[in-house]
Design a protein around this ligand. Sequence first.
Ligand SMILES: [Zn+2]
Length: 312
Amino acid sequence: MPNATTFHASKHLGESDLGVVQTRCLFCDADDRVAVTRLQADPDVDLMKCRSCGVCTASRIPTVAALETYYTGYYERSGNDGPGDSQVTFKHVNRFAGHLAGVIQGALSPGPLNILDFGGGDGTIVLRMAEQLVAAGYPEVVVTVVEYHDAVAQSTCEAITMRHEPSLDALASVAGTFDIVIASAIIEHLPDAKTETERLLAFLRPGGILYVRTPFVVPVLRLMKCFGLRLDFTFPGHIHDMGQGFWEGYFSTISPSGPHRIVHSQPSIVETAFSEHFFRSLVAHCIKLPWRLLGRRYSLVGGWDIFIQKSP
Ligand SMILES: [Zn+2]
């Protein structure tokens, strides 16, 4: 499964790689936006924060062709063979899968589950989640991983079926049938993120659960700037930055298909385990901890996790 650290290099884009300057928010259409930071110069691209919905988006969206070149180059440079080939550790896979399964168990009563994992890499995390759900009493789980990868992890458990599709287009005939849709660290990479978010919602049956995880680094970036430090935003891989205020507002008021019920909304879970990366884990936990006390007033969380239940 891709994560926010998978695409960790910025690339300077030329004039022909970029769309026109966006004058309005891609999500809520407001024109009240303020520049947060410059992502690149000549041609200039700024990160714009919408004062209405809170999303941060690049002032010029990369073209589809430019993004294809960027990702192809990334895989060739790094030796990765796809977005799923990230450095997720075994312990992280278990923790993350356990987190997803736990929230789903609280929201959907046991029964057969049909899961769509969009941008799910080789399916390792969703497979572990499916195993945990079967162990918790869900009798059958069918998982469709939509990904650049052409192979997905397979299960030895008879109750779990793993499928692979290269794009969502092939699934148009089964829209409205999925119990769970997973979009973990993928929406921030999509040029037309609003359309794609609504498309993912359309794949859910009424009452189904959508899980979204996105980076939310702008507050961290601003703080570092105060100390003269610069955080690489990894544009054009990272186009949108989305946190608590944005996502809760999106699913409550902006989504054309909503409002949807927010099941669970919290800072994204720490990606490393204490036993494997002690100091990194400690720092990550400490940075996120004040949110427990301060809630929305504290935004130095690095990423956001939200589960919503599609309105009937
Ligand atoms: Zn907006």
